[in-house]
Design a protein around this ligand. Structure first.
Ligand code: MN
Length: 321
């Protein structure tokens, strides 16, 4: 997935100043963003009131959309730098192509994990023959300074560890949960898990008190620490929790996102994460001139042009609105 906003503004995020050290319940509403001509996504991160949760720095929720008679997702080749992307589906499929030669159809509850390192480009599309419904989330994880120049790579993990409790099936996407460990590569301590709750479920999920957490609602009606959370919203939970009470009023799908608070300050612009505006300018220039980010083969269409970088200096934005 790409940030297709045509007038993105560079933003500084990360750093301890944004982190809430104690447990909180902060319900964040999405911003509606068009992805290409037809797909509307709900952007939860970055949000007006919050930019990161651990190293998680971008969260889009889309669907369920009926794409039976439509092309579905069509995101042309575009670059990334300084981050990992996670493709996570509840319905449908996405065909991923990248400049390392990666070519993979990703299906529900399979992990497509792309590490951009210093430079990668990729495209994402609904295959010509696709399921009626498309429903999923696209997430980015910021890479720490020590690993942000690593080689680009794509990992596909069709089998992931599953943790169960009465009424709960948790699929571990990344990191650790209740003794299970994901095979996906991570560069900072974090967790991502898909939580399928059955109607009537009433469980407590073990958490790491040092982590910062949030829960994304994908479907159904669930109460997270007593707060009703509807699909397309994100409940920020802060730090200092050793468990999380979950209740489901109906069958419900949630995603748990968490991690050690990200200490480094970042500059995010379009599909790039760097540390300075100069780095971002260089990345933009390299993409526009066809260097460094490689080539995506087989996508039927032109690559995405990079938007203009505003000339105004970077804005530092606080956590508080
Ligand atoms: Mn992308």
């Amino acid at each position: 997935m790409s940030n297709l906003d045509r007038e993105p503004v560079p933003a500084v995020c990360g750093g301890r100043g944004f982190v809430v050290a104690e447990p909180v319940r902060e319900l964040l509403s999405p911003r509606r963003v068009m992805l290409g001509e037809t797909t509307e996504v709900r952007r939860l991160l970055p949000n007006l009131g919050r930019r990161m949760v651990g190293a998680w720095c971008f969260v889009d929720h889309y669907g369920p959309d009926d794409i039976a008679d439509e092309p579905g997702m069509q995101v042309p080749p575009h670059p990334h730098m300084g981050l990992q992307t996670v493709s996570w589906l509840h319905d449908g499929e996405v065909l991923h192509r990248d400049s390392t030669g990666g070519l993979q159809t990703i299906r529900p509850r399979q992990l497509g994990l792309m590490t951009s390192g210093r430079a990668i480009s990729h495209s994402e599309e609904s295959p010509g023959s696709h399921a009626r419904l498309l429903h999923g989330a696209q997430l980015w994880i910021a890479l720490p300074d020590s690993h942000r120049s690593t080689d680009p790579r794509f990992e596909f993990h069709p089998e992931l560890p599953v943790v169960t409790a009465p009424g709960l099936t948790a699929t571990l996407i990344l990191g650790r949960l209740d003794g299970a460990v994901s095979p996906g590569t991570t560069y900072t301590p974090l967790v991502g898990a898909d939580l399928a709750l059955a109607r009537g479920a009433d469980v407590r999920l073990p958490l790491e008190p040092d982590f910062e957490y949030a829960v994304l609602s994908m479907s159904g009606e669930a109460h997270v620490d007593g707060v009703p959370v509807l699909p397309g919203s994100l409940l920020y939970l802060g730090c200092g929790r050793s468990e999380l009470p979950l209740r489901a009023e109906s069958d419900a799908g949630l995603m748990l996102l968490g991690g050690e608070p990200f200490e480094e300050e970042l500059v995010m612009f379009w599909n790039f994460i760097g540390r300075t505006q100069e780095e971002i300018e260089q990345a933009r220039h390299d993409w526009q001139t066809g260097t460094r980010f490689g080539e995506v083969k087989g996508y039927d269409g032109d690559p995405l042009p990079a938007p203009e970088l505003p000339s105004a200096p970077l804005k530092r934005r606080g956590r508080v609105r």
